[in-house]
Design a protein around this ligand. Structure first.
Ligand SMILES: CNC(=O)c1cccc(C)c1Nc1nc(N2CCN(c3ccccc3Cl)CC2)nc(N2CSC[C@H]2C(=O)NC)n1
Ligand code: NI
Length: 186
């Protein structure tokens, strides 16, 4: 299982590298990696398991964060009440944002990252809505539209595949600068 010690932190160059596209059919190693990353998110969202293994909770984890510079990320956005299906759950491979809203969006509370061991406040300005094309573990091409929280999470994880970290999108001069069409997502 993936533990916090397997997650690389700022300063490790892999976090700032351009990850390589994944080849299909997935190798055994890539299949295991995909499963392990999704398992990490599930474990981290379970208060008992998170406590038992000292895991930081997350809704997304990208392969570069476990020092594998490949274009693959697990995303698990749970629904508000736990016995419903997740809002979004998949391993997104070779993802491309093929279109997006002009309208920006940001999490009201800012963003955290498992590879960043410090609290950096401010609005992380992203697209409020995206159309995402990606391949799943079976190699099927998917094209989906996402908005608000799941759209923000996927953009955060896709950034990791291109060496971009969330605070790269925070306005340094005024971290909470918001033009009037910014959608604040709580
Ligand atoms: C600085 N302020 C903040 O961090 C911040 C502060 C308050 C609110 C939010 C909403 C903030 N922001 C933020 N909160 C999250 N979580 C909320 C808690 N949750 C979770 C926790 C426990 C069980 C199950 C779950 Cl589900 C896990 C996910 N996750 C992300 N991000 C940014 S996009 C990728 C995603 C990620 O997985 N990061 C590790 N941002
Ligand atoms: Ni991150």
């Amino acid at each position: 299982m993936i533990k916090m010690r397997d997650i690389i932190r700022e300063g490790n160059h892999t976090l700032r590298a351009e990850a390589k596209p994944v080849k299909f059919p997935l190798s055994e190693a890539d299949q295991k990696l995909a499963r392990d990353m999704m398992e990490y998110l599930e474990n981290s969202q379970d208060p008992e398991l998170a406590k038992k293994y000292g895991l930081r909770a997350g809704v997304g984890l990208a392969a570069p964060q476990v020092d594998v510079s490949e274009q693959m990320a697990a995303v698990l956005v749970p629904s508000e009440n736990e016995d419903d299906e997740p809002v979004f759950k998949d391993v997104i491979i070779n993802p491309v944002i093929i279109s997006h809203s002009v309208q920006p969006g940001a999490l009201t509370e800012g963003e955290g990252c498992l590879s960043v061991d410090r609290d950096i406040s401010g609005y992380v300005i992203r697209h409020d809505r995206i159309t995402l094309r990606y391949y799943n573990m079976a190699g099927e091409q998917k094209k989906i539209r996402l908005k608000n929280y799941p759209a923000i999470v996927c953009q955060h994880e896709i950034d990791h595949l291109h060496g971009i970290l969330f605070y790269d999108h925070i306005n340094e001069a005024n971290p909470f600068a918001a033009d009037d069409d910014l959608v604040l997502i709580s």
